[in-house]
Design a protein around this ligand. Structure first.
Ligand code: HEM
Length: 463
């Protein structure tokens, strides 16, 4: 393991020498800096905005030993996501850090292999299919609301996370959760992700009982459970529901089913991409509504008028029936885009925002930093859903608002996430009043998606 790390660093340094023999890196903090490396974990937004102000939309920051080119701004986002997307690969981007957990899932593959799997899973994200999952989302939200007690204090990030994971297990993987059958899987999955909240050096230490060893053990436990679920469905001769069902029903040209490891990687990737992100978004929606009376009252009034105490229908959650809620969600995703960074590696020379970026270097775009540029969003740190009034939203340049990425690798689960967020809001905000406990603005950590450090506490009141 230690040898692997040393070899990786040596390879990276050799690669950098090759790149710099024939090209100059974009300006920025090219020299090694422990402070920058620490800040990209502890406060990336400030670091990126400082660099953008000083160097423009494309700049370099060396993280540990490795120079990374960052792109911040509407034009460069559009180039990376759409017009120049084929200058990049994902596999060698920093999502590779999640490779030990995710394997060769959609987030870590490229080319035809990626395209084929995306096409294969796409039907599970069509509107009709997701409208079928809405009942599960609503059922889970109602049950979660019923478990809350009047006057109870709840740490909302973990509360939402548990709820979102149950929805993902049922809605995406089609898991049967009767009698708490999902608990061991949910626990192993969360344990294998826990390493990302640790300091970077601690994450790398291959010693017994430290986070890396715990993550490896958790991954083994997770794999055993996912494999058991797959084997069980195969034994029964029923692929079952959800994307897992789709994958298990698939055969190759010779009629053979997909290898179990392949199914496992895609399923675990969806589980990861599909619950961390919605958790972040819903938590910060509650936070912003908790501290901003006008926004909260506007959302509550609309829900009261359109839904009342009824169970919402899938059609009411399509994004048109509740425009005030929709704008609040969009603004939440602007301020706190859960997947805040898009890591890639350049595979050819490319010009971004007029700056030459050489082949074979890490290139990251950041929705979070772009969404906080004053030139695109005046007073960018203010929560203001009216930014998404139709005429103002239409005036945003392309590439300015990218919480779900864009182009051919736009978030596959966008529609699932949007329905889920609206369902949670429509059910929970009509049944529970969440009162934010007095708090300093939370420090936002990247674990690896955005989250409030130490969580956020709310007092629960009935409606
Ligand atoms: C609010 C919730 C969500 C946000 C903000 C979000 C954001 C994103 C972003 C920004 C990307 C592209 C990253 C890049 O360009 O490098 C992405 C990709 C992806 N997301 Fe989401 N996501 C959310 C929910 C979901 C859900 C619920 C699922 C699963 C059902 C999901 C599955 C995926 C997958 C599979 C990809 C990779 C797509 C590909 O490469 O073809 N996401 N997501």
């Amino acid at each position: 393991m230690q040898l692997g790390l040393v070899r990786r660093i040596a390879d990276d340094l050799r690669r950098e020498r090759r790149v710099r023999r024939r090209a100059v890196l974009p300006p920025g903090s090219v020299a090694p800096s422990w402070s920058n490396t620490r800040r990209i974990i502890s406060d990336p937004l400030t670091l990126l905005l400082e660099h953008e102000r000083r160097y423009g939309p494309v700049f370099t920051i060396r993280l540990l030993h490795e120079p990374i080119v960052w792109a911040v701004g509407a034009e460069v986002n559009h180039q990376i996501l759409v017009s120049e997307f084929n200058a990049f690969r994902w596999r060698e981007g920093r999502f590779a850090d999640l490779w030990p957990l995710l394997g060769d899932g959609l987030l870590n593959i490229d080319g035809a292999y990626h395209r084929d799997f995306r096409m294969l899973m796409l039907p599970a994200f069509h509107r009709e299919y997701i409208e079928g999952v809405v009942a599960t989302m609503i059922e889970e939200a109602i049950a979660a609301a019923q478990r809350l007690e009047q006057g109870q204090e709840v740490e909302i990030y973990h509360w939402v996370r548990e709820l979102a994971l149950r929805i993902a297990l049922r809605g995406l993987l089609g898991l049967d959760v009767t009698g708490g059958r999902e608990q061991p899987l949910a626990k192993a999955f969360e344990a294998s992700l826990a390493i990302h909240g640790e300091p970077i050096l601690v994450q790398m230490l291959p010693l017994p009982r430290l986070p890396l060893a715990r993550a490896i053990a958790a991954r083994r436990a997770l794999d055993a459970l996912v494999w058991a679920e797959i084997e069980e469905r195969r034994r029964r001769g029923e692929p079952g529901r959800g994307v897992l069902g789709l994958l298990l029903a698939t055969t190759d040209d010779s009629g053979s089913p997909l290898p179990t490891g392949v199914v496992r990687d895609q399923a675990v990737t969806l589980l990861f991409a599909g619950h961390d992100t919605t958790t972040t978004t819903f938590t910060f929606l509650l936070y912003e509504l908790g501290r901003g009376r006008a926004a909260r009252e506007a959302v509550e009034q609309e829900l009261e008028e359109v839904i009342g105490r009824r169970v919402p229908t899938a059609a009411e959650l399509d994004g048109h029936a509740l425009p005030v809620l929709e704008r609040a969600l969009k603004e939440t995703l602007r301020c706190y885009p859960a997947a805040w960074v898009g890591p890639r590696r350049s595979i050819r020379d490319v010009t971004l925002g007029g700056v030459h970026v050489p082949a074979d270097i890490g290139v990251h775009y950041s929705s979070w930093a772009t969404h906080h540029l004053g030139s695109l969003y005046p007073d960018p740190f203010r929560f203001d859903p009216d930014r998404f009034l139709p005429e103002r939203e239409a005036a945003l340049p392309r590439g300015a608002y990218i919480p779900f990425g864009g182009g051919s690798r736009m978030c596959l689960g966008k529609r699932f996430a949007e329905y889920e967020l609206r369902a949670l809001a429509a059910v929970l905000l009509t049944r529970v009043r969440f009162e934010l406990c007095p708090v300093e603005p939370p420090r936002i950590v990247t674990t690896p998606t955005l989250g409030p450090k130490g969580g956020l506490r709310f007092m629960v009141h009935g409606r």
